[in-house]
Write a protein that binds this ligand. Structure first.
Ligand code: NCD
Length: 307
């Protein structure tokens, strides 16, 4: 049976821990003068992004190249999808060219599971609708582990995820992995931006928690997923939930400030995070390559990473 990487829950604790260790190894490869290894020579990775993306798409592409795989990227905006080709026909056509792994991003939840029904290739979920974004979760957990000098036990860490939890596949997957590793997670959002049911504590008062958290994880306001009227106009949201100067100075010196990007400056972020020593935002981007190398190697590699 082909194995996939489609959600944190599906991967399970043991695999997640193995992937974090493998990410650590790939991060070390990335720091070498020549950051490329021959591990996936002869394998073909196909990136299928049906939704906008900068960092995730580039990061998967570079990860595959650093493992010496061949890569193909379908630019959906200039493909036959616009001539009415169905997703199934697209997958079967690409599959006939000899693809070993599909990396799929789609606005509809569940598409990575459908793709696996139509092709024997491994499927990696690069974000499906509101549902899951498991490689983001992996890179987030790895970034915390790296900055905090931890192994895979996050017991005692308190992490607040702030903002548009309801529409966020990042919040869902990252919460899942953090709980799996033993961290305490709290969701901070106005009621309209929380999911109908929640299995972690919630609050609408950011100021109540900001000075006690080990990690402050800010989310982007996902207006493209909202109907009108879910949140009041920008100003009111920002006043209560954005990171401004006052809140930035309430953050502990050893806390971490995270964001998956893209940042909406002036909405959830009123300060320049690059000026804050707590910010890990660019580490997250760098670690994203290592995390995706780990996932691709875990699915397609056989044996050794090096020659
Ligand atoms: C996220 C996504 O697309 O789910 N971005 C990302 O992958 N870096 C978060 C977002 O778009 O807000």
């Amino acid at each position: 049976m082909t194995s996939h990487f489609r959600s944190i829950a599906e991967a399970g604790t043991e695999r997640v821990r193995r992937l974090l260790d493998l990410t650590d190894h790939m991060a070390a490869v990335g720091r070498r003068p020549n950051p490329k290894v021959p591990a996936l020579r002869g394998k073909t990775v196909c990136n299928l992004f049906f939704e906008d993306s900068t960092r995730t798409r580039m990061s998967f592409d570079l990860a595959a190249k650093r493992l010496s795989a061949d890569t193909m990227t379908l630019a959906v905006s200039s493909s036959s999808v616009n001539k009415g080709e169905s997703l199934r026909d697209t997958i079967e056509t690409l599959d006939a060219m000899g693809v070993d792994a599909f990396v799929v991003r789609h606005r509809t939840s569940g598409v990575p599971w459908q793709v696996a029904n139509w092709s024997p290739a491994a499927v990696v979920n690069a974000g499906d609708g509101w549902h899951a974004h498991p490689t983001q979760a992996l890179l987030d957990a790895y970034t915390i582990r790296q900055r905090r000098g931890l192994t895979n036990d996050f017991t005692g860490l308190k992490i607040a995820i702030v903002g548009d939890i309801r529409h966020s596949r990042v919040a869902r997957s990252t919460t899942e992995i953090l709980l799996m590793l033993g961290a305490e997670v709290i969701h901070v959002a106005p009621r309209t931006l929380l999911p109908p049911t929640s299995h972690v504590p919630t609050t609408a008062d950011l100021d109540e928690v900001i000075d006690e958290v080990d990690v402050l994880y800010m989310l982007r306001m996902q207006r493209e997923r909202m109907g009108a009227g879910i949140v009041p106009d920008g100003g009111e949201y920002s006043r209560r939930f954005a990171l401004d100067e006052r809140r930035a100075s309430a953050l502990r010196g050893d806390a971490l400030l995270m964001h998956p990007g893209p940042i909406n400056r002036g909405v959830e972020m009123m300060v320049d995070p690059t000026e804050l020593s707590q910010s890990t935002i660019l580490d997250q981007v760098t670690n994203g390559i290592a995390a995706r190398m780990a996932v691709l190697f875990d699915l397609l590699g056989s044996g050794e990473i090096e020659e």
